[in-house]
Design a protein around this ligand. Structure first.
Ligand SMILES: *[C@@H]1O[C@H](CO)[C@@H](O)[C@H](O)[C@H]1NC(C)=O
Ligand SMILES: *[C@@H]1O[C@H](CO)[C@@H](O)[C@H](O)[C@H]1NC(C)=O
Length: 314
């Protein structure tokens, strides 16, 4: 919804018809963009002169069409529409000519036309129309995460939480063919997922407070790939992130001393051997590995017995 100069002047007439003069000059209309959850500065300025009585006002044109007062420098703490409550602030330098408005924790519905008008000694001196566009689904920085086979990895993702929102976090992995494969959705956490990750992926316990990270436990070499987090609020995508996970394997074993090395590995890194897929370590003689149980030979090792890998026949 573009605001014409005529509309702006009509508004100014409504605002203060008694004092409107031809001296109320228009500043160039500007377009400002921001990202949901981020902040935006809507620029406006005037020429200050000493000992003047200045009032800066900002209005928003809501979808209902009528302008609503967001803030005035005379009564900055006056109540304002709930949509912007606690999120709008005038520049700290109003007295030196900076009449800009700061909007924080941007929401998609902040995408509107705004109007700044500046009054000196009760006379309008300047006004500006600003169009704000809030980007729907801005990406978070791409990150790379590394993990060790058998350990756990946290794939970070976050969003700006506010109470009463209907939030959904989804994680997907990219297959070797580049296809996105759903791993977890916060609304249907127990939906079936590909066997590779079954029982090993979990969302952060703090999803409702903005932590949308994914935990992968007992990571495997084949977990090395790209993942994507998507956050939707009230059904609208608000952010997404691509995360690259690289899983490092256990130390290489020399084929001639494989048994001995395995014994050492067991003592130093008990988790490394059982979670490694034999086929994923082509440097190890497959025959030797498969004939020898990858599970610790000591019976009664509770931790080892719990591993499903060890319980399955090879
Ligand atoms: C005006 O104030 C805003 C908010 O403090 C600031 O971001 C902006 O850079 C200032 N503009 C100028 C021209 O100083
Ligand atoms: C998010 O949750 C994960 C898993 O619980 C945790 O490891 C991580 O530190 C949390 N991140 C932040 C920023 O709190």
């Amino acid at each position: 919804m573009a605001l014409s100069t005529e509309q702006a002047l009509a508004l100014l007439l409504i605002l203060n018809s008694a004092h409107l003069t031809a001296g109320c000059s228009a500043q160039d209309r500007v377009v400002v963009s921001g990202s949901a959850g981020g902040r935006a500065v809507l620029p406006c300025s005037y020429t200050p002169t000493p000992r003047q009585d200045v009032e800066v006002r900002w209005h928003a044109y809501t979808d209902q069409g009528g302008p609503v007062l967001l803030i005035t420098s005379k009564t900055p703490s006056a109540p304002i529409p709930a949509q912007w409550s606690g999120r709008v602030k005038l520049s700290d330098e109003v007295s030196s000519g900076n009449a800009s408005l700061l909007i924080s924790e941007l929401r998609l519905e902040d995408t509107l036309d705004y109007l700044c008008d500046v009054w000196i000694n009760g006379i309008c001196v300047t006004y500006r129309n600003v169009k704000l566009t809030v980007q729907a689904c801005p990406p978070l920085d791409y990150v790379a995460v590394s993990g060790s086979a058998g350990g756990r990895a946290v794939l970070p993702c976050s969003y700006t939480a506010s109470p009463g929102q209907d939030v959904e976090v989804r994680w997907a992995a990219y297959s070797d063919q580049g296809k996105s494969v759903p791993l977890i959705a916060s609304k249907t956490p127990s939906a079936p997922i590909p066997a590779q990750w079954s029982g090993r992926v979990k969302l952060s316990d703090e999803v409702s407070s903005g932590n949308a990270s994914l935990l992968i436990s007992e990571v495997r070499l084949e977990d090395t790939r790209d993942y994507m987090c998507t956050v939707r609020i009230n059904g609208i995508c608000v952010t997404y992130r691509n995360v690259k996970l690289r899983v490092q394997g256990p130390p290489k074993r020399d084929s001639t001393t494989s048994r001995k090395t395995t014994t050492i590995n067991k003592k130093t890194r008990p988790s490394a051997t059982p979670t490694t897929r034999p086929s994923a370590t082509p440097t190890t003689r497959p025959s030797a590995t498969q004939k020898t149980s990858p599970c610790p030979t000591q019976q009664g090792n509770a931790a080892a017995q719990r591993r499903s890998y060890c319980m399955k026949p090879l």
